[in-house]
Design a protein around this ligand. Structure first.
Ligand code: 2HA
Ligand code: ZN
Length: 253
């Protein structure tokens, strides 16, 4: 998107997205075009006056009435975190949901180089809908291919929310502090599908992070940095487990 066409507050948010994109790339959690980030930036556009009619309306499969007239930054389909880190405008869409909540527009695009939102847009909007309804200040979502967590889901014993929680809670004292309600787990589902959005929504309940089998995880927070911290802390617990196993230390659950 053409970031220079939007306001200072939104550009600052794009800067934070760029910082987290850099961290995801450095951690090895964003190979190729993987991972996606979105932030509700409605507060950055109070009473914006512009002619919206020039932007095509794109229909949504699901009705998100709570998101009526909400604005979101969401990484674009095919964007690379390593590029977003230095040039957020090159891989970020600003979308505006319509009044009814069943369609959106992508704003401030370069007509010759239009961007399309992430393949996981349904999951992101489903979670944003839930966050706006909850009104608890959570605005940001980060999805990444966290290797340490994907490794765990290769063990059939750990493909289960109860066992996974028990194991990760026992790895490091910080986990109970960061995840007082535990974490969610979604079995293998097609990436980008409405099924994944539905299963994630169900699993989120009071959770702030959900592990996706053989895929990675998705986390929410009051900022993109808070969502990233949650992922980072959980990845540490998973990595401690792997280190213990490699050292022959018994850590069975
Ligand atoms: O953005 O990571 O899950 C590409 C993905 C899909
Ligand atoms: Zn993914």
């Amino acid at each position: 998107m053409q970031l220079n066409k939007t306001n200072e507050q939104a550009r600052a948010m794009a800067g934070q997205i760029a910082e987290v994109a850099a961290l995801l790339w450095q951690k090895g959690w964003a190979e190729a075009t993987s991972g996606n980030i979105s932030v509700n930036v409605t507060d950055s556009y109070p009473g914006i006056k512009m002619d919206f009619r020039s932007y095509p309306m794109i229909s949504l499969e699901t009705l998100y009435s709570t998101l009526s007239h909400n604005y979101f930054f969401i990484t674009s389909r095919g964007s690379r975190m390593r590029n977003l880190a230095t040039d957020p405008g090159s891989g970020l869409c600003l979308i505006k949901v319509n009044k009814k909540g069943d369609a959106y527009q992508v704003l401030f695009e370069e007509p010759e180089n239009p961007l399309v939102p992430s393949t996981e847009i349904l999951t992101h909007l489903t979670i944003h809908d839930k966050m706006v309804k909850a009104g608890n200040g959570n605005t940001s979502i980060v999805h990444a291919h966290v290797q340490e967590l994907v490794v765990l889901t290769h063990d059939p014993k750990l493909r289960n929310a109860i066992v996974l929680n028990k194991l990760l809670m026992s790895m490091h004292t910080e986990i109970a502090y960061f995840f007082p309600e535990g974490i969610g787990y979604v079995p293998l589902v097609t990436p980008g599908s409405a099924e994944l959005a539905k299963a994630t929504f169900k699993s989120l309940k009071d959770h702030t992070l959900v592990v996706w089998d053989k895929h990675g995880c998705i986390a929410l927070g009051k900022s993109v940095h808070e969502a990233f911290d949650r992922i980072d802390v959980l990845a540490k617990a998973a990595s401690i487990y792997a280190s213990c196993k490699a050292a022959g230390i018994s850590v069975e659950v």
